[in-house]
Design a protein around this ligand. Structure first.
Ligand code: 13P
Length: 251
């Protein structure tokens, strides 16, 4: 499976800025991407079409969304459906990002509903999991990952194609803080995630991607991406500038 370098732009960039950043990134990376790598851009909804235009169908680049609601249409003011995302050119979407869990109040059950619904609708889904600082200090890493994964994957068919489902381990204490988890912490958490995936999905889970996210930068990306069970990175702040993100993608 290709290693996935995902840019989560969160609530940043106008349509024009997003299109330009995408075009700049293609110019910096095209022809230099190592074999076995692909790049995923996750802009805000309003910038999906502009980013699709900026990418211009460049080889190795994919488009996705940060969120969706688990219904195809209806009276859900402010929400966007998987069908609308597919229509806008997105092929991937995140579920369970820590900001949606802890800022927007999404429950484990809702995250599970969204993950199953997104996959059933034809999206590839990246389910994000990770512990808060207090949970880690209390020795609850394993319990948190078990709980978030069991609930988050509850409705997913056991025979889901492994390239359509990825996990992202993002320790909440490492997001936007500059505190990156060390190799030992990443190896430990990713091994837990892999074990639970195999328990749920069987041998096909060895081909599912597990991304690491949390203060990934150009100077730590190559070390992180080389670790066992790390099949990509999910990058926030350092993905906003084409030059900085290109150095991660090319690391
Ligand atoms: P930072 O890279 O800014 O720490 O954000 C990580 C993240 O939340 C990606 O989804």
């Amino acid at each position: 499976m290709n290693k996935l370098f995902a840019a989560n732009w969160k609530m940043h960039k106008t349509a024009a800025e997003a299109r330009q950043t995408a075009a700049d990134l293609v110019a910096l990376v095209s022809g230099r991407l190592k074999p076995g790598r692909e790049v995923l851009i996750l802009p805000p909804f309003t910038a999906l079409a502009p980013v699709a235009a900026g990418l211009g169908g460049a080889a190795g680049f994919l488009l996705g969304a940060q969120n969706f609601y688990p219904q195809q249409q209806g009276a859900f003011t402010g929400e966007v459906s998987p069908g609308m995302l597919l229509d806008a050119g997105a092929r991937f979407a995140l579920t369970g990002h820590s900001e949606r869990r802890h800022v927007l109040g999404e429950s484990d059950a809702l995250v599970g509903e969204k993950t199953a619904f997104g996959l059933a609708s034809g999206l590839c889904v990246i389910l994000c999991v990770g512990e808060k600082e207090g949970e880690r200090k209390a020795g609850e890493l394993l319990a948190v990952l078990e709980r978030q994964m069991r609930a988050g994957l509850q409705g997913v068919p056991k025979d889901i194609a492994p390239e359509r489902l990825a996990l992202a381990y993002e320790p909440v204490w490492a997001i936007g803080t500059g505190l990156v988890a060390g190799p030992k912490e990443i190896l430990e958490a990713h091994a837990i995630v892999r074990r639970i995936l195999v328990e749920i999905f069987g041998p096909s889970a060895s081909a599912m991607r597990i991304l690491y996210g949390g203060s990934v930068k150009p100077d730590n990306a190559s070390e992180i991406i080389a670790l066992d069970n790390v099949d990509g990175v999910l990058v926030g702040g350092a993905s906003l500038k084409a030059d900085e993100f290109s150095r991660i993608v090319l690391a």
